[in-house]
Write a protein that binds this ligand. Structure first.
Ligand SMILES: NC(=O)c1ccc[n+]([C@@H]2O[C@H](COP(=O)([O-])OP(=O)(O)OC[C@H]3O[C@@H](n4cnc5c(N)ncnc54)[C@H](O)[C@@H]3O)[C@@H](O)[C@H]2O)c1
Length: 386
């Protein structure tokens, strides 16, 4: 009997088989956890300039192609979707090549090293509507983050008093950690930690329509040198921490929105925090305690009258796309990657409905305007228009 190609199958290729490339390969092998997803992705091809990085992918049963030149993947008509996870200085060239080849793209953040690169990628996207393009940001796919988002969308906050979204690391607390490309301006970009972590902190605010008019930023380069490959100190010339205080016009009034992105926040490993406070309600979620969502209201306390109260809810396991996982079970980072891909491929297939989707090209490009305004604000010491 001849093989019949399944229209639901989507062939995925990876360019950049490092930390994040392997994460995707693992996530796709958990695809059966999703219930009634419209497509069935298969990782078939991987490219990395480092042949040693390709070895790991030999254990993935669906992978048939391992190459060191990504053009070999782009000329392969069987490849439908490409995930690119490479250094920031390579984004513009590789992303535009993928888009110009007519392949769909899930790009890694920051979607180009700077504003000009992001604009060039958006221009390529607009010129190739057959290429479905989104950018990676998985933390909002934690069930607790989705619960917090739905709380805000319900209008339960009333008039918004303030909001905050943070992404906090402490991976650079060790001053003896050697330099790598993520800590060098030439490869990471002028925006430094904002390029690394910023999109995680802006995905939800921008999707809620909280678009800042102006920012006041404080940026820090806390460790200006690190040891190079031969042990000799070299410049570590990127911003480590960035705090952006911004002003959002919403429903005819403004409220402060703070985003924090930090490589050095002692005690934090990979903590994404969202908090929104209003006159009628409030909501908080942190991946530090990933089951817990806190909501604020004024309640009747039996025998105690009306009191202000933060209450805790358990978020359970369900996020954007339903899974076979019991609804009361826990969720983690690898689940959020699976959910992000479920949303990306469902939206590409036109079947996400009003479900929460991945970062759009114009949202990603806008974050570079925010980072440029933040840099100007830090330099001048003034509030700066975006
Ligand atoms: N979404 C997230 O949570 C998250 C986390 C970490 C990194 N990232 C992003 O992912 C991207 C990659 O980061 P990473 O941590 O995986 O980096 P990495 O250094 O671990 O891996 C990058 C890989 O790309 C390969 N490479 C370099 N040039 C190439 C080329 N021309 N063609 C093919 N392969 C090439 C390298 O050999 C390396 O194996 C960056 O944009 C980064 O900001 C996202």
């Amino acid at each position: 009997m001849s093989a019949v190609s399944d229209p639901h199958v989507v062939n995925v290729a990876i360019i950049g088989g490092g930390l994040m490339g392997r994460e995707l390969a693992a996530a796709l092998q958990r695809w059966p956890a999703l219930i009634d997803h419209p497509v069935s992705p298969r990782l078939t091809a991987v490219c990395d300039v480092n042949p040693a990085a390709l070895e790991w992918f030999r254990s993935v049963p669906t992978v048939t192609t391992l190459v060191t030149d990504y053009h070999d993947l782009l000329s392969d008509p069987t490849v439908d979707v490409v995930y690119v996870a490479v250094r920031h200085d390579l984004h513009e060239q590789i992303y535009t090549d993928v888009i110009n080849a007519g392949k769909s793209l899930l790009a890694e953040k920051p979607f180009g090293i700077d504003r000009a690169a992001a604009d060039a990628i958006v221009a390529a996207t607009n010129a190739h509507p057959e290429s479905f393009v989104r950018c990676s940001s998985e933390m909002p796919f934690f069930p607790g983050a989705q619960m917090a988002l739905r709380y805000v969308q319900s209008g339960a906050l009333g008039r918004i008093v303030e909001a905050k979204n943070s992404f906090l690391h402490s991976s650079d607390l060790d001053v003896n950690k050697p330099i790598n490309w993520k800590r060098q301006r030439a490869f990471c970009g002028d925006a430094g930690v904002m390029n690394d972590l910023g999109l995680h902190a802006w995905h939800v605010p921008l999707r809620l329509g909280w678009v800042p008019e102006a920012v006041y930023a404080v940026l820090q380069n806390i460790v200006p040198e690190r040891q190079g490959p031969d042990g000799v100190p070299v410049p570590c010339d990127t911003w480590d921490n960035a705090v952006l205080h911004s002003e959002v016009l919403h429903d005819g009034y403004t409220f402060p929105l703070t985003t924090e992105t930090k490589r050095i926040d002692p005690g934090e490993k990979n903590t994404w925090v969202f908090e929104a406070i209003g006159m009628d309600g409030g909501v908080r979620f942190s991946t530090k305690n990933p089951k817990c969502v806190e909501v604020f209201s004024v309640i009747d306390v039996p025998g105690g009258g009306r009191e202000q109260s933060w209450q805790q809810l358990d978020a359970g396991s369900q996020s954007v796309w339903p899974t076979v996982t019991g609804p009361n079970f826990e969720s983690g980072f690898s689940d959020s990657i699976l959910q992000m891909w479920a949303a990306f491929l469902a939206e590409r297939a036109g079947q996400l409905g009003d479900g929460f989707g991945c970062v759009r090209p114009e949202e990603a490009a806008f974050t570079h305007r925010l980072y440029a305004a933040a840099a100007a604000s830090h330099q001048s010491g003034n509030r700066t228009a975006v």
